[in-house]
Design a protein around this ligand. Structure first.
Ligand code: FMN
Length: 371
């Protein structure tokens, strides 16, 4: 295939796979698309190990790195200690009770907070960028807002395209002005942090607004038919996330993986209950508790993360150990396409299905056009 995306990234299939799991990234890259490693959770040293592994397992084929690096390099001016002090006692009591009630904690008093923010720590952004650009990356992406100038400058200097996710036309225009090379128009139905405009509407709007800058469609793309639709909307390719969470290679918590395979498209919601910003995730008892009118409202980012991040580590660990209450709470970010994710399969197979479905969709349309 040939699109602006395949030309820019030197790939065969205009398909990007966002994943936190290096095995998924390598499998998609080796199958002709581009795997993009979600690197937010790694320290620079861990990132170095991940990228070294990817270099050894991708044979020089293109892969990318995605960071969550805010333009001003921090979500907040507060120190970790100040953040801890800002979490209201009522919220802590609510989470303590929830974890106690569902058998995650033996005693409600064991509850602990975590002051780390859901981005690369401000003092580590430069170090993470330095590590990334030491490797032969073919794409660097930023998840939230305009990338820091340092990312754009390093991209230009090293000839590595810089991508950024947007949920509104205005944001896409701003990204283009700042020198971003590839815009990912991510719709409402996507897993993770997402805006309010659906992919079907957002993609052509953004394509028209930033032409000739290439645009990838993201959100709601898990099959070849949806891949075909993305290209028909004017996108240069598709950017996908959820569909990889149920692949054999994905390190998704096994309880959650099974929940995804069983879930329908109505089983997700955009909720502030996990990070403080609207992020689409599988609805469980956790979200129902937060949504109840008797309970407190989620805190803004980054305070909600400070409140619940540690708890999520405990919920996942207890759920994996078979604690029934923990399994009821257990969840993860996923898009509405979860309803189409019906069987665990190798990532390479998913890439093949995307291509087969794309070809089938186009030949079906061709037949219809010819009458
Ligand atoms: C589990 C999960 C975590 C995500 N984390 C990030 C992230 O850290 N950075 C980012 O740019 N996008 C992130 N996203 C969004 C994806 O990059 C992608 O835009 C989205 O998954 C596309 O929609 P889909 O889920 O319908 O495929 C995440 C998505 C999921 C499902």
């Amino acid at each position: 295939m040939k699109t602006q995306m395949t030309d820019m990234l030197d790939i065969e299939i205009p398909l990007a796979a966002f994943s936190h799991c290096r095995d998924v990234v390598a499998a998609v890259t080796n199958a002709g698309g581009i795997g993009v490693l979600g690197a937010t959770a790694f320290t620079p040293d861990q990132l170095e190990l991940e990228l070294r592994w990817l270099d050894e397992h991708t044979g020089g084929r293109p892969y990318g790195v995605d960071l969550l690096a805010p333009a001003k390099l921090s979500f907040t001016d507060e120190t970790p200690e100040q953040l801890l002090a800002m979490v209201p006692a009522q919220h802590i009591a609510f989470m303590q009770d929830m974890l106690h009630k569902y058998g995650v904690l033996d005693s409600a008093d064991d509850y602990t907070l975590n002051p780390s923010t859901p981005s690369v720590a401000p003092d580590q952004v430069s170090a993470a960028l330095e590590v990334a650009f030491k490797h032969p990356i073919k794409l660097i992406a930023n998840a939230l807002g305009v990338p820091p100038q340092e990312m754009i400058d390093l991209g230009k200097k090293n000839g590595v395209p810089v991508a950024a996710l947007v949920g509104k036309v205005r944001h896409a225009e701003k990204q283009q002005e700042r020198g971003v090379d590839l815009i990912v128009a991510q719709g409402y139905e996507a897993g993770g942090h997402t805006g309010e405009i659906a992919t079907m509407v957002l993609t052509p709007e953004v394509v028209d607004a930033v032409s000739p800058t290439p645009v990838l469609a993201a959100g709601g793309i898990a099959t070849g038919r949806q891949f075909a639709a993305a290209l028909a909307l004017g996108a240069a390719g598709a950017w996908t996330g959820s569909v990889w969470l149920t692949t054999d290679e994905a390190e998704t918590d096994p309880v959650v993986k099974q929940k995804f395979l069983d879930a329908g498209s109505s089983d997700t919601e955009r909720s502030r209950a996990r990070t403080g910003k609207p992020a689409r995730q599988l609805i469980t008892a956790y979200h129902e508790a937060w949504a109840s009118s008797n309970n407190p409202d989620p805190l803004p980012m980054p305070l909600q993360g400070v409140l619940v991040n540690q708890a999520w580590g405990r919920i996942a660990a207890a759920s994996t150990k078979g604690v029934p209450g923990a399994a009821e709470l257990d969840s993860y970010f996923v898009g509405q396409v979860v309803g189409l994710m019906r069987q665990a399969q190798p990532a390479r197979e998913v890439v093949r299905n995307f291509m087969d479905g794309l070809v089938e969709a186009y030949s079906g349309l061709q037949e219809q056009l010819e009458g």
